[in-house]
Ligand binder design. Structure first.
Ligand code: ATP
Ligand code: MG
Length: 431
């Protein structure tokens, strides 16, 4: 027997809905629904799609994300290209690649640019519920304006998207990271506080506090959280410009009716954020409670060698979203309308043509070619979860008609075969 090969741990198949699996993971019907919902919301906001490669130069992430980040320190899938020695990495997030592409194609010189993207990301983490090694993100980046309305727009977009997906128990947490000058002035103040508490911090925080003390605020270890509860707040050390920007963002959210909670410890893992920083959490998710997160990153484009262009964006983890979806919202996904039960010599011939005609006018239809009897077809029709079966045997073929059977109520009606497709089309699209 050939050795059984399995998917890499923490990397999952997205299976068709009919294939049972033990873990709670999204199936492909859910995936399509995500994509359709995302496209619809993004279209309304005037964002355009951009797709970048999955593999990028390692230096892009090291430079873009910063060396002292979870991702760069321990989560990247990096390898050396054996053909030429290039150092490459499977993308752990989307923003750096998008910025690289925008710079490379000189796309940032013609005014504001609103971009969205969606696809797999890779992080070498310990797999657990809501934490995978290959997961999927949907993300948005708005380039070219430092106006606080751009921040409000992306936050509102995210909020509406999650509402459209009918996610329960969401909280928007928000903070300001100030300018890089504000952070530089705040770091020694925070560091002085942390040094006093050093013995109570985890080893990771003790190591990090000298190089990147803000990251200690972000640590999830309960003891560290208890310590930093009373840490000096960055929002108490904002420059007047940063304070005004933050106040305008908050006022805009109030005006639009997006509820938020101030979280002075929300610093985000990545170095390129400044000013607005936000995260959407859900009480539904347990430990991995962040559905999506983002903020302003005015310095990143320049850091990666481009012009000085401000930007704000976010990323949402689709697997985490799927963990929160109420079962009810999934039931009507990917429904196929008609099962064509064609049997007997003439019935099979006419049924096969009918199947194609239905699909041709945009009506979903399917058939199990293995079934040869009415009974066999009805069993498959029930399993298919179609709403109707169209019964077409030699008797019906001789009469020039079909029997339309409602698979739920079992009600049947006889309809003429001639003109059937246009009749069903009318019923489907203008009922
Ligand atoms: P966390 O604090 O949970 O580690 P993060 O700060 O690393 O999150 P981001 O880099 O901001 O996360 O990514 C944005 C979103 O992507 C997260 O809010 C989450 O929904 C999702 N995400 C991040 N890492 C994973 C993962 N390993 N598996 C599944 N989803 C993930
Ligand atoms: Mg992480």
């Amino acid at each position: 027997m050939a050795e059984l090969l399995r998917a890499v741990k923490g990397m999952n198949d997205i299976l068709p809905p009919g294939v049972p699996r033990t873990e709670k993971l999204p199936d492909s019907a859910l995936w399509q629904w995500f994509e359709a919902t995302v496209r619809s919301v993004l279209g309304r906001y005037g964002y355009q799609n951009l797709l970048t490669p999955i593999v990028e130069p390692t230096a892009l992430f090291v430079r873009g994300l910063g060396e002292v980040t979870d991702i760069v320190e321990k989560e990247m899938y990096s390898f050396v290209d054996s053909m030429n020695g290039d150092k490459l990495t499977l993308r752990p997030e989307a923003t750096a690649g998008i910025v690289r592409a925008m710079i490379e194609h000189n796309a940032l010189y013609n005014g504001p640019l609103r971009i969205w993207t969606m696809g797999p990301m890779f992080r070498h983490e310990r797999p657990q519920a809501g934490r995978l090694r290959q997961f999927h993100q949907f993300g948005v980046e708005s380039f070219g304006t430092s106006d606080p309305r751009a921040d409000i727009e992306v936050i509102t977009l995210l909020w509406h998207l999650l509402l459209d997906l009918a996610l329960p128990n969401l909280t928007l947490e928000i903070n300001s990271l100030g300018s890089s000058g504000d952070r530089a002035a705040y770091k020694p103040i925070l560091l002085a506080f942390l040094r006093h508490q050093e013995s109570r911090l985890c080893a990771n925080c003790r190591r990090r506090m000298e190089t990147n003390p803000l990251r200690v605020l972000d640590c999830k270890v309960p003891d560290c959280r208890a310590v930093t509860e009373s840490a000096p707040r960055l929002t108490d050390h904002l420059s007047p410009e940063a304070r005004t920007h933050f106040d305008q963002v908050l006022a805009g959210l109030v005006a639009i009716g997006v509820p938020y909670r101030l979280n002075p410890r929300l610093v985000r893992g990545l170095d390129y954020y400044c000013l607005t920083s936000f995260e959407i959490t859900s009480t539904h998710l347990g430990a991995q409670n962040a559905v999506g997160a983002g903020g302003r990153y005015d310095g990143l484009v320049k850091t990666l060698g481009g012009p000085s262009v401000p930007a704000v964006g976010f990323a949402v983890g689709l697997e985490r979203v799927s963990l929160m979806l109420p079962e009810a919202s999934l039931s009507s996904l990917n429904e196929c309308l008609y099962y064509v039960a064609a049997f007997g010599e003439e019935g099979i011939k006419l049924g096969f043509v009918l199947l194609d005609e239905l699909r041709g006018v945009g009506i979903s239809a399917q058939c199990d070619y293995r079934a040869t009897t009415l009974k066999g077809h009805l069993r498959q029709a029930d399993r298919s979860k179609c709403r109707y079966a169209i019964l077409l045997g030699d008797d019906e073929a001789a009469r020039g008609s079909v029997i339309l059977r409602n698979l739920e109520s079992k009600a049947q009606e006889e309809l003429p075969l001639v003109g059937l497709t246009s009749l069903l089309k009318t019923r489907t699209f203008s009922p």
